[in-house]
Design a protein around this ligand. Structure first.
Ligand code: SF4
Length: 310
């Protein structure tokens, strides 16, 4: 089928089925283009709650589609590729969370949203990368357990001054850990050294990269930071390459380049236009979560939001 026919059919089905497509910032350009909203996991979860649609097609990895389903129990949430998982989330099975709970019974457990739903159910709080420092600095406890990303844990520790027990000590996103290592960052800085490069990175990058970055933030924060950067500077995007497409759409007159064009999340890229179309045609694959788990997950999210409001 031609790409233009796929797009036409997706648009028709969105209308007849009262559906919206939500796409994460790391999706391929064509999927971002057919999406009704593009953003990070938190922005998309909020959009999912605000929209009037009956069906949500979530173009992202599985934990994101699960979060949308938890927050929208009355809507049908479809995940076009159930195999699109987050390897970072897989570092932390629920059994490990339980172990840490037993070992450190007095320390609160804060989980990064990039974690399995089953693991979240044992946490005290759930945060996005944008909210991690804010929430942890509001806790009265001086020792906090955080997982599964060791680089984000280190960033939180340095920013808040609290002692962070990283759970597990080795969890990482392979894209940020390896394809955005200091080697690739130095290479990019060298390549653009005559263009006053400004390096903005996601906190999932290794510490040595974070230390030389001009700005650190979640994908939504990175997009906002660009506005404040000198117009004559070349902006180097230190996260998964998909964000560069989104940034260029938002700032068409700026020079924005990925630190490493090969910083690709294979799982995010498993979703194609064709899989979005199949999802809408066949209403697959529906995220179905046990109501007790939905209740518990919502409770943790509400407690987390409440704490951040204080
Ligand atoms: S980029 Fe990394 S953290 Fe994000 S979904 Fe892919 S593997 Fe997970």
């Amino acid at each position: 089928m031609r790409i233009s026919d796929i797009i036409r059919k997706i648009e028709e089905l969105k209308k007849t089925r009262r559906a919206v497509v939500l796409a994460h910032n790391y999706q391929i350009p064509e999927v971002q283009d057919v999406a009704d909203h593009v953003g990070d996991s938190l922005e998309l979860a909020i959009k999912a709650m605000e929209c009037e649609a009956d069906i949500i097609v979530f173009a992202g990895v599985s934990f994101m589609a699960e979060m949308a389903a938890v927050l929208n129990p009355d809507k049908v949430v479809l995940h076009p590729e159930p195999d699109a998982r987050c390897p970072l989330a897989d570092f932390l099975p629920p059994s490990v969370v339980r172990e840490y709970r037993m070992k450190y019974p007095r320390a609160p457990i804060v989980l990064y949203v990039n974690s399995l739903l089953e693991s979240k159910l044992y946490a005290d709080y759930v945060v996005t990368s944008a909210a991690a420092c804010r929430l942890i600095s509001k806790l009265e406890d001086e020792i906090v357990i955080f997982g599964p990303d060791k680089n984000l844990a280190n960033y939180v520790e340095e920013t808040t001054g609290k002692e962070i027990i990283t759970m597990p000590p080795y969890g990482h996103c392979p894209v940020h850990e390896y394809a955005l290592s200091i080697y690739y960052v130095n290479k990019a800085l060298e390549l653009y050294e005559n263009e006053n490069p400004v390096l903005i990175v996601h906190p999932e990058v290794p510490r040595d990269v974070r230390k030389i970055a001009h700005h650190v933030g979640s994908t939504s924060q990175m997009l906002k930071i660009i506005e404040k950067i000198d117009k004559n500077s070349t902006v180097l995007i230190g996260t998964e390459e998909g964000l560069t497409y989104r940034a260029r759409r938002l700032y068409p007159n700026r020079k924005i380049v990925p630190v490493n064009p090969q910083a690709v999340c294979i799982d995010m890229k498993k979703i194609s236009l064709l899989s979005v179309l199949r999802s809408l045609e066949r209403l697959k694959y529906r995220i179905q979560i046990d109501p007790d788990k939905v209740r518990r997950a919502r409770e943790i999210i509400e407690i987390s939001i409440e704490l951040m409001r204080k």
